[in-house]
Design a protein around this ligand. Sequence first.
Ligand code: ADP
Ligand code: MG
Length: 225
Amino acid sequence: MTAPLVELTDVTRSFPGSPEVQALKGVSLALAPGEYLAVVGPSGSGKSTMLNILGLLDRPSVGEYRLAGARTGDLDDDQRAAVRARFIGFVFQGFHLMQRRTVLDNVLMPMLYSGIPRAERYPRARAALERVGLGHRAQFLPGTLSGGERQRVAVARAVVSGPALLLADEPTGSLDQVTSGEVMTLFEELNADGITLVVITHDRDVAARADRSLRLRDGRLEEPR
Ligand code: ADP
Ligand code: MG
């Protein structure tokens, strides 16, 4: 088997408090490069916590996360931010676009931190927008776009730096069925081009389109029934 791109080994994440919350309880997971995984599970089962750990936005309390073979626990915060900027893209349910900036500026933004030479940024942003079918919306403000279009801008922003790993937390949660289908098609195209994809979803139809799906239940990962 190819070496995993992503490997969680016995990961537990506890949040202090009274009582303490164990959001993840001994989660192990290996993802090969190019795999497309859907994660389902009820609200509060630890899905976002797992995605945040995979995205280096959070750390395990116990256990290990290896990304491309490297132990992420050994990285300091600056190194984690650099790895995140270069190798990981995020898409969230609520789009998280900068409302006062144009669509193009939103897509240019992550390249400020990913070490992509200045001269390449503009053509790459244009190409990413063309790819999601929104080249003609480059100078619009996000608020003037439909929900589906905003999510496609968020996808362009997530992939503009050429990440190996794309993480999506309920990306279709605010979309109707038709636009949700468009976003899923886009994910499939990106996956066909080699990106490794983890999508959290409540939607069975969305999960069914992945190569593989797993369920989180009360912080434990299991095969869905
Ligand atoms: P999901 O995304 O599946 O709805 P989460 O991963 O957001 O679930 O949350 C899992 C559990 O961890 C929940 O009980 C939640 O309240 C708790 N939790 C998540 N983040 C924090 C935090 N920063 N502090 C305290 N508890 C948290
Ligand atoms: Mg969540």
